[in-house]
Design a protein around this ligand. Sequence first.
Ligand code: C2G
Length: 448
Amino acid sequence: MKKVITYGTYDLLHEGHINLLRRAKALGDYLIVGVTSDSFDKERGKLNVRNNVLERIEAVKKTGFADEIIIEDYIGQKIDDIQKYNVDIFAIGSDWEGKFDYLNEYCKVVYLPRTEGISSTQLRAESQTILKIGIVGSGRIAPRFLNESQYVSGVHVVSVYNPNVEEATLFATKHKLQAYTDYNAFLKNVDAVYVASPHISHYDYSKQALLAGKHVLCEIPFVLKKQEASDLYEIAKQKNLVILEANKTAFCPAWNHLLVLVKSGMIGDVVDVKASLSKLMPETNLREFNVSEAGGSVTELAPLCLMAIIKLLGKNYVDVKFYSKIKNKVDIFTSGHLIYDSAVASFTLGLGVKTEGNLVVSGTKGYILVPSPWWLTNFFEVRYEDQNKNKKYFYSYDGDGLRYEIQEFASMIFNKRISSFHLYRNESIAITEIIEKFLNKEHTTLLK
Ligand code: C2G
């Protein structure tokens, strides 16, 4: 039996892919198709893939040419696969001419004619109505968002809203955007908004945007009350709109790989998660230190740590406790503890205290260490009692990392998907619930 293998992303599966698969199948008796994983595509610079890996596998399956479908997840896998599956022929489109000659050492390499005049890139461009985004608030994160959005195709930031006319104009002029001080007028001219205004205004701005039929990407802390989070998700669901909490680490390729490794049992059962985050700031008149603007370590820093804990241990904690140091009515330090039936988790947050910002996930077989700054996950190590088994994982973390959440936001809108596995709606609600408990001073002990 002659075995053939071919690889691809197969995004928006088209005639070119079908021809390629037909020709590849005709080369032998058994065709194995390697479909690239979402993280592998991101790693090799394909950031704009529309269909997720499951949708792409389904599309390849439907062609009827594949006898077996595998997932391609790392550089060098082709050599492994060829040997593992005893492959006779490696086939790929002629756009790769010469690039895979090195595989001749393991099997025959065939470059098949590429179908001219059609490509996923072209289909993406044609089908793409540009998503016009308006930024709500022109504070510190707004320019970073603007910069990162340039790496996501189909997304165009067109305007900025700020009730303060000077600030709105200054930002708009600098970045060549349209400035608005009237929120309704601002909403009329966008498809989606990025809410980057002060914490206490997130709910109102997000709600008004949804009611006006606009998709919402909302900065952290998403909102400050569980009921508000539930309301927003409910409105969005009823109106078939996307609302996504911009909890940036949740969308990073390395973080997602870490989760998959943990879920597949690589460190056994997780019994302890420790996440820390501190940002020592000069105490000025910044909103971080202003109680009337919901300042403090928890509102400022907890969402990322809580995301990690909830993604790893779930939302069914049985108890939560906070220990805080307060200055001018704002927590400059909080140590939080979540108790689960079979595990515990803790997070250390500081705006007036400095600590090591790492993440440690301890399990019955080993542990994972993500060194500081863990929320920009680009490296982690899986460690065991027997150090020879330790494994290091490296990733690129491009730019500010905001591009991954923008990419997911755009992909949800383009694919009409209102939920994201990176951060499910009920996980986001659970994060808000914990923050609300703290703000209500429930389960909280004050340190002198
Ligand atoms: N293809 C084609 N004609 C087109 C477009 C694509 O024959 N008009 C072929 C490509 O040459 C490739 C396959 O269809 O053999 C899948 O193409 P993509 O989905 O673009 O995947 P690609 O990025 O080429 O991945 O490990 C992944 C592989 O290296 C190739």
